[in-house]
Design a protein around this ligand. Sequence first.
Ligand SMILES: Cc1cc2nc3c(=O)[nH]c(=O)nc-3n(C[C@H](O)[C@H](O)[C@H](O)COP(=O)(O)O)c2cc1C
Length: 209
Amino acid sequence: MGIKENKANGVECAFDILREGINEVIVATEQNAAPMGVIRKKDSLHMAVYLTAHTAQILQRCPFAVLHITDDPRWFVRTAFFDPDPEEYVLEKCTDFFIPRLREIPSWIACTCRVQNKTKEKLLVSLTPIRVVQSPHVFHPVNRGYNSVIEATVHATRYVDTKDPKLGDLISFHLGVAQKCGDEAVKEAVKMLLQHLSEQGCTIVISYR
Ligand SMILES: Cc1cc2nc3c(=O)[nH]c(=O)nc-3n(C[C@H](O)[C@H](O)[C@H](O)COP(=O)(O)O)c2cc1C
């Protein structure tokens, strides 16, 4: 299996990769990266982006995004809370434009973006794939540790602002599952997440129920 690339029109390849429903990816916009959910309904792709995210501010002036496809939870923890260094990006020519993408994540979909609706809270952005690169990948069985550390990270992005104890309990539960079921990559992601939470003054005790 070699690298699958469709330079002329990425749409078909993109729809082989992205499932119906919500796909969790790392979205790069200019030199900014964050985990986001890409919503697929039949042949349309959207993101709902909170205006508090830098991603929303950038998308209103620069209508391009690269969706990085990875199951490495360390990318999700890292980019939820920190921006990668500028050297971690490479410029990729897509149609007539150079778009920054993350060098270390080899599968990606470059898209043009259009703001379809703006509320007080969120932007609804439609995405049109313009180039797809898919690197060879070994399929692994479902691992609850991988799923749970992503769940914990989603809750943590809200918990750092709200300190809502219900979110704290969910984080604690999911980190317990992650520690029990995950491999070294998951455990490293757990460690990164706990460290970030503690730097934000949030103490989470992992639940091993
Ligand atoms: C798996 C995952 C999915 C997320 N999906 C979204 C989303 O769809 N929309 C959104 O606004 N934030 C989402 N977030 C939260 C953002 O990633 C988070 O607020 C991040 O700090 C935004 O970074 P930015 O300010 O660089 O844009 C998600 C977080 C995770 C971990």
